[in-house]
Design a binder for this molecule. Structure first.
Ligand code: SF4
Length: 378
């Protein structure tokens, strides 16, 4: 089994918090689609004939693609890879989800929509430079449902400047009322290079304090749990059977091919990532020049990857898998490093798994850092 990710680096406007690679310039979009199709064709052996079960259009804003552009990409995927799609996701901005666009999507095997809503409060949306209002976002979700798209995920952000606990509670209540089976909720991070990072530096916005962040995370887990939407990863919550299959493959080591500028790929041994520059990507594909960087994963990097990806999940890190894949020295190192966190109530070791508690999930970066290894233990 394998997955394909297609990165569409187009946005109508830039949201202040976003550090994904995208551009508001779309003068070269037909060349971009052509280059993505050429990359898909050129790399047809990358997944070694594994059946592609998940396809994910991310971005950027894939909902800016026209049906003829989507059609070209689907043709390139289906012509070059054995496909038995179980999940085909399109990320979408609410204001692109018109009746006409949703009708056009029915021509394709797209069966999951991931909609960036972020907040149901217009003052937050204005601050974040989102293109839609809260009412428009809710209307878009209902429109998708009326067109038969039931497998919908919505994205929310918490820990926004000036956001109160009751405002976050109201966001969660409105999300639950939309009756979608999947919710991704991320704490705002101030990434260097983003506009909101500069606003923070200039004192135009303030970070929420840690106590409030912890309360927001607790409320997120408890309200969604009560609504039957269970946490399966730090930022992801789903009704039973509705977890994101494509994203889950990132956490369980399934190979995936990423096409398009800035897309990442993993074939089980190496990671590679395409250049984050659309013009250079197009030119390199056309001229046959390299357009990606490659990291060959040694045993320690693979162990570190396993720590990061498995601890993000509620299922946790399987110690049998750890011992089998990496051997005794890594197994012993991991157990030694995790011991203080167990004592502090941050992690538990049960049923031969290491799992993070609620406190641990909130502090996951610090725990992962301690469990990761700088060099081979032998
Ligand atoms: S959050 Fe989405 S719409 Fe906003 S700038 Fe980033 S990729 Fe574009």
């Amino acid at each position: 089994m394998a997955g394909i990710y297609i990165h569409i680096p187009l946005c109508r406007s830039r949201c202040v918090y976003c550090d994904f690679y995208s551009s508001t310039f779309d003068g070269n979009r037909s060349e971009l689609v052509e280059a993505i199709c050429a990359e898909l064709t050129e790399r047809r052996d990358y997944l070694r004939e594994a059946t592609v079960k998940t396809l994910y259009f991310g971005g950027g804003t894939p909902s800016l693609l026209r049906p003829d552009e989507l059609s070209e990409i689907f043709s390139a995927v289906e012509a070059n890879y054995p496909c038995a799609f179980e999940e085909v996701t399109l990320e979408a901005n609410p204001d692109d989800l018109s009746d006409a666009f949703l009708t056009s999507l029915k021509r394709f095997p797209i069966n999951r929509l991931s909609i960036g809503i972020q907040s149901f409060h217009d003052d937050d949306l204005t601050l974040l430079n989102r293109r839609h209002t809260a009412e428009e976002a809710k209307a878009a979700v209902r429109r998708c449902q009326s067109h038969g798209f039931t497998n919908i995920s919505i994205d929310l952000i918490y820990g926004l400047p000036n956001q109160t606990l009751s405002a976050w509670e109201d966001n969660l209540r409105q999300a639950i009322e939309l009756d979608v089976p999947h919710i991704s909720a991320y704490h705002l991070t101030y990434e260097e290079g983003t506009k909101i990072y500069r606003m923070l530096q200039k004192g135009e916005v303030r970070e929420v304090d840690e106590e409030l962040s912890v309360e927001m995370f607790h409320l997120l887990r408890s309200m969604l749990q009560e609504a039957g939407i269970q946490q399966y990863e730090i930022s992801n919550f789903a009704r039973p059977g509705c977890h994101a299959r494509h994203n889950s493959s990132y956490w369980d080591g399934t190979p995936y091919l990423g096409a398009g500028p800035a897309a990442h790929s993993f074939d089980g041994k190496d990671r590679r990532w395409n250049i984050s520059n659309t013009r250079r990507y197009i030119e390199a594909i056309r001229s046959g020049e390299p357009y990606y960087e490659l990291e060959v994963l040694d045993e320690t990097s693979s162990y570190n990857d396993y720590v990061i990806t498995s601890l993000r999940t509620i299922a946790g890190m399987d110690l049998d898998v750890l011992a089998e894949r990496f051997g005794e020295p890594y197994y012993s190192y991991c157990l030694r490093q995790v011991r203080p966190f167990v004592g502090d109530g941050v992690a538990v070791v049960e049923e031969n798994h290491v799992r993070l508690t609620e406190k641990g999930l909130f502090l996951s970066d610090a725990v992962m850092e301690e469990l990761m290894m700088v060099e081979n233990p032998e």
